[in-house]
Design a protein around this ligand. Structure first.
Ligand SMILES: [Zn+2]
Length: 297
């Protein structure tokens, strides 16, 4: 009996001895590798300092998550889930809304608006949805000096999605129609960029019922997808821009049949008035209430 008790104990001691470090632990250990929390903290620090309308404290207080793989420049790809419905009133059928800002790094207001919306998502009309929010889809472009539309590899992420027409048309379109505009370079291959692949993984994993992608400065609404299009959100009215090889509207709206609303704010560096922002938000929720319905049996 005693042996039975002692044996595992001795075995454990033996294992502990084997696992013990050969050298004494130094008094001041080398700097620990950055944790995910560190990554998100410095992401918030950067945004809070860079964008007037982003509150440092509010950013730190949120439960942001960084992707495993950073961008080619080592910048974090970050998202947060806002699921007020789940905590207050379990609603497994809640529709999932994915909001994406800053896919073009020089459209600063597209990032700021997302942070404003994060506060509004807790309000009753919005809380019935399950939101996933990606405030900065192109952190390399944002951090470039000056900020750039494209990522650090010079690729327009919004032309790099793996649409069925990419191989046939993306390069051709870029050369002929844009005269090799460096701001609209679709990349060497569909999905060649880390950011694009990560966004595609988000679509597959989160399975959004609606995607809202925010841009600037064309001052309009665009729409791709299977349900009736929105006509007006606040001061923005519908003006279909067309479909491009490799764009998110093409990839999600046409190929994957997920409705994609593109909001083009009127200015890339100066925010719409509070009143205009609110009108846009309220019209958007009204449209969602009609067309992104919670199914009831
Ligand atoms: Zn844009």
């Amino acid at each position: 009996m005693l042996r039975l008790v002692l044996f595992p104990l001795l075995a454990a001691l033996n294992l502990a001895a084997l696992a013990a470090p050969a050298e004494p632990v130094p008094a001041t250990p080398a700097a620990a590798p950055a944790t995910k929390t560190d990554v998100v903290d410095s992401w918030c620090d950067y945004l809070g300092n860079r964008l007037h309308s982003v509150s440092l404290d509010a950013c730190h207080a949120r439960n942001f998550t960084a992707a495993q793989e950073p961008t080619s420049q080592g910048n974090a790809l970050v998202f947060v889930d806002i699921d007020a419905a789940k905590t207050s009133n379990p609603a497994p059928a809640a529709k999932r809304i994915l909001v994406i800002g800053g896919i073009h790094g020089d459209e600063l207001t597209s990032i700021s608006v997302v942070f404003r919306w994060l506060d509004w998502m807790q309000q009753p009309d919005a809380a019935q949805y399950q939101w996933r929010v990606i405030p900065v889809a192109n952190p390399d472009g944002l951090k470039a000096r000056p900020s750039t539309r494209v990522n650090a590899n010079g690729v327009d992420l919004n032309r790099n999605f793996q649409t069925p027409d990419w191989d046939k048309d993306a390069q051709k379109y870029w050369v002929k129609r844009t005269k090799r505009d460096p701001r609209r370079n679709p990349g060497k291959a569909a999905g060649s960029e880390i950011e694009t692949r990560w966004l595609q993984a988000q679509f597959d994993e989160f399975r959004p019922d609606l995607i809202i992608s925010i841009h600037a400065p064309y001052n309009l609404l665009d729409y791709d997808g299977p349900v009736p299009q929105p006509m007006r959100f606040g001061r923005l009215s519908l003006n279909r821009l067309g479909v491009y090889p490799g764009s998110m509207g093409n990839y999600c709206g046409l190929f994957k049949q997920i409705p994609v609303i593109t909001i083009e704010l009127p200015n890339a560096t100066s925010m719409p008035s509070q009143r205009d922002q609110q009108a846009m938000w309220e019209d958007m929720l009204k449209w969602m209430k009609h067309y992104i319905k919670v199914e009831t049996d």
